[in-house]
Design a protein around this ligand. Structure first.
Ligand SMILES: Nc1ncnc2c1ncn2[C@@H]1O[C@H](COP(=O)(O)OP(=O)(O)OP(=O)(O)O)[C@@H](O)[C@H]1O
Ligand SMILES: [Mg+2]
Length: 284
């Protein structure tokens, strides 16, 4: 989908806070995650351009914008897959800008849909067990020393129930269809118990009957007021049903930020998503 010519001009000023939004929901006052002037250049192209944004606990933020807007690149910067050209990333007030992916994961920045986080030749259950163990060995979890094999097994099984994969626990990951692999990635994310959950088009490529499993899980995660959820999503019905707040990226610039109803009603979103044929407005 190409951005309408008036995209950047037809929206509120960048980073304009939503009137009354923070007061309307019981979100925490201190940001859990914040980016300040976050920027990355690829040659002459600025894919993410000085994005300043704070995400509070208890909040689910949908990130929308046309193809190529910089949404995935923004996630790559926050999760550590790409080093920024400029700007800062703060987690709980601490500068984590230059930390590698492993360190960021350990500190609680969790990103779903990194196929690299799966071991394709191991079973579904073994993959989740490894994630449960990794999480227990993290930080100052003193109880990990006493963790029995049975506990890890029970936790892994509970997670597989949640992502509707218990019946496929003995299959190798490599043999799973695409939709099941995506569910497993969410399961692994749950096992790691991050503080920041990042989902990049989590239902893309899934069959219609698989989608509700993922959306219900995201809803469940959102109930936990100590977490913050960032969700990149093109399907506006999903955005509408889940978002506490919407931010809009266009050409790498944050061009709108606020209350879902206001942002959805804004000319930028109307034009980019609702005024266009369905297949262009909601890919994936
Ligand atoms: N590693 C890279 N090297 C060069 N250019 C890149 C790289 N990664 C992303 N880009 C460019 O940055 C821009 C933003 O891409 P990005 O994938 O973040 O968009 P997006 O908003 O996620 O789009 P979509 O909705 O299609 O997933 C695009 O122009 C893309 O070609
Ligand atoms: Mg993308």
């Amino acid at each position: 989908m190409n951005a309408p010519a008036s995209f950047a001009r037809s929206v509120p000023a960048p980073s304009q806070p939503a009137a009354g939004h923070a007061g309307a929901t019981a979100v925490g006052a201190q940001p859990l995650l914040e980016t300040r002037g976050l920027t990355i250049r690829f040659g002459g192209h600025v894919a993410v351009n000085a994005v300043s944004c704070a995400f509070r606990p208890g909040e689910l933020t949908c990130i929308v914008g046309p193809n190529g807007a910089g949404k995935t690149t923004y996630f790559n910067l926050v999760s550590g897959q790409l080093p920024p050209t400029a700007g800062q990333i703060l987690l709980d007030g601490e500068d984590v800008t230059r930390l590698p992916v492993s360190q960021k994961t350990r500190r609680g920045i969790g990103r779903a849909f990194q196929l690299t986080s799966l071991f394709p030749q191991l079973s579904v259950l073994e993959n989740v067990r490894l994630a449960v163990q990794a999480r227990r060995q993290r930080g100052l979890d003193l109880f990990s020393m006493w963790t029995s094999h049975r506990d890890v097994q029970a936790q892994a099984m509970a997670i597989l129930e949640r992502v509707a994969l218990a019946g496929k626990r003995q299959l190798t990951v490599a043999s799973l269809p695409h939709g099941d692999q995506r569910k497993l990635e969410v399961g692994i994310l749950l096992a790691l118990q991050p503080r920041v959950f990042m989902f990049d088009e989590p239902t893309a490529g899934m069959s219609v009957d698989e989608v509700p499993v993922i959306l219900d899980l995201i809803r469940e995660i959102r109930q936990d007021r100590s977490k913050t959820v960032l969700l990149v999503e093109h399907k506006m019905d999903v955005v509408r049903s889940l978002a506490d707040r919407i931010i809009v990226l266009h050409n790498g610039i944050l061009v709108a930020d606020g209350d879902p109803a206001e942002v959805i009603a804004s000319p930028v979103v109307q034009q980019a998503y609702l005024g266009m044929p369905e297949e262009e407005g909601s890919h994936g």
